[in-house]
Design a protein around this ligand. Structure first.
Ligand code: CO
Length: 236
């Protein structure tokens, strides 16, 4: 029997059309290109975003279980699942729970890890980020906005921050919206470093609300405004 390989790409989701194309579809396309004969499906873990897209755009995105049913309907029982999640947090946990419930109905389900799942991952991410920002200059600082969470997997962010410093990038900082470190910790480092320029960038798959408003927005409590208020020159 020559069975088709199924690949499920699981993302939190976004309602930003541009971010959807640039950040989610592009990842799915890369995966499809790497496995041209595989059947690739999309699922989102955010029900709120699935509902919003359906109501606003009449655009349907599967939940994880809907996508799994789709594979079964196609007779596809060899499955690879790759989350685009950054950390092993709540979204990834709920995805794994759903997969567990389907285990007996598939011949094989293999699951890839979220981006920051270990030391090697952190190093690769740091290499990619520093490669992208190789013109940074030691007089400037780069501050990444991670999402952060109350889930224990939040420890990936301080680990990444520590490894930035340990690999010689004292001017690269990781802060989070909902976890640790917060912008307050990073402000304290910046006050000591006194960079000429602070560059803010999202450390998220999708540049959505958090990047547009909480990071780069003109409102008083955006990270950009807060750092400017501290006297730093900021670019996003
Ligand atoms: Co959020």
């Amino acid at each position: 029997m020559n069975q088709k390989q199924g690949i499920l790409v699981v993302s939190f989701g976004t309602s930003y059309r541009e971010a959807f194309e640039k950040n989610i579809v592009s990842v799915e396309r890369e995966i499809q290109n790497a496995y041209p004969s595989a059947c690739v499906r999309r699922a989102f873990t955010s029900r709120m975003i699935i509902k919003k897209l359906a109501a606003r755009d009449q655009f349907h995105v599967d939940t994880v279980s809907e996508a799994l049913e789709g594979f079964l309907n196609d007779g596809c029982t060899e499955l690879l699942v790759q989350p685009t999640h950054i950390i092993n947090g709540n979204e990834n946990d709920s995805m794994l729970e759903t997969l567990c419930a389907y285990r007996s109905r598939f011949t094989n389900i293999r699951v890839g890890a979220p981006l920051l799942s270990g030391k090697e991952d952190c190093q690769q991410v740091i290499d990619a980020l520093t490669g992208h920002y190789d013109g940074l200059g030691s007089q400037n600082a780069l501050v990444f906005m991670g999402h952060g969470t109350t889930h224990h997997a939040d420890f990936a962010y301080p680990a990444l921050d520590y490894m930035c410093k340990a690999s010689g990038h004292a001017n690269i900082h990781i802060a989070t919206v909902e976890g640790y470190p917060t912008l307050e910790e990073v402000k304290a480092s910046l006050r000591i470093q006194k960079p000429k320029q602070v560059i803010l960038a999202p450390l998220m798959l999708v540049a959505g609300d958090h990047a547009a408003n909480d990071m780069a927005g003109d409102n008083d409590d955006s990270w950009k405004s807060q750092l400017e208020h501290e006297g730093f020159s900021v670019s996003c």
